[in-house]
Design a protein around this ligand. Structure first.
Ligand SMILES: [Fe+2]
Length: 264
């Protein structure tokens, strides 16, 4: 059996259905993505969101998340991004999260694979950090499940981004993470968000991918934040029984993109 996962990230939703970032309505794009993945509801095993779920941390926005994800709710897993607030997630998404200390994490088997979600949120900061106690928890989880091929999910990618401004807001303890992973060769894939564009990097034999935001796209190679005209999207992961995997990004069809632009 092949496990099928969808990875969505950086929705940046507001309580207002018409609120925008850089002139882009993140709610419209979120709803576009949910319509696109509707046929996946019966065959996908998990829907993983790696942070920046809300842009305003308002209770009404969490209600939007719960209501729009209702058909997916039992399969949904969350880890926070820099824009999220842990107390908001704990209060409003309490039935979909696990915690180690204050960190919002998850660790569970799906078929022969282990899925582990990590919390790189640092309150009030854009950069990310896992911290010593969470890294110790991760080491324990990886030791406990050492025979299972593993995917890690977190908001901040633990590799260089193509843009210097993104590296300045990256994962500050990534060297410690990679040091830990040297002892746990079962980690095959790391899925992240934060940079709002697609990328793929092989590091220490582990494939690290970033997934386009469901909302605003950033130009990968730029000295400053520049909004990219590419369609928004999500990622599909297929995890095979023998420990191999395939992954690809799906972007919204051009017709949908044009139809949702207010100036078209
Ligand atoms: Fe984001």
């Amino acid at each position: 059996m092949t496990a099928r996962l969808l990875h969505l990230t950086d929705c940046h939703l507001f309580s207002s259905p018409t609120a925008t970032i850089q002139g882009i309505c993140t709610r419209d794009r979120w709803l576009n993505v949910l319509r696109q993945i509707e046929p996946e509801q019966t065959r996908a095993d998990r829907l993983v969101l790696t942070g920046d779920m809300t842009h305003d941390d308002l209770p009404e926005t969490y209600t939007v998340i719960r209501e729009t994800l209702a058909p997916w709710w039992p399969k949904t897993r969350f880890v926070p991004g820099n824009h999220d607030v842990r107390t908001g997630i704990c209060e409003h998404l309490h039935d979909r999260i696990q915690q180690t200390g204050k960190r919002i994490v998850f660790s569970e088997p799906v078929g022969p694979w282990q899925l582990i979600g990590l919390d790189s949120h640092v309150p009030g900061e854009v950069r990310g950090e896992l911290g010593e106690s969470q890294r110790a928890w991760l080491a324990e989880e990886l030791s406990r499940t050492s025979s299972r091929p593993t995917v890690l999910f977190l908001h901040h990618p633990p590799v260089d981004a193509p843009s210097p401004w993104m590296n300045a807001i990256g994962l500050t303890d990534r060297d410690q993470l990679w040091s830990l992973l040297r002892s746990h060769a079962q980690v095959r894939l790391i899925c992240a968000g934060h940079v709002h564009h697609e990328s793929s990097t092989l590091h220490q034999g582990v494939l690290v991918v970033t997934t386009p935001a469901t909302g605003v796209q950033f130009t990968p190679e730029s000295d400053t934040l520049v909004v990219d005209d590419l369609p928004w999207g999500y990622r599909v992961l297929e995890l095979h029984d023998e420990g191999t995997f395939q992954t690809r990004v799906v972007r919204l069809p051009l017709a949908t993109v044009c139809a949702s632009r207010p100036d078209d």
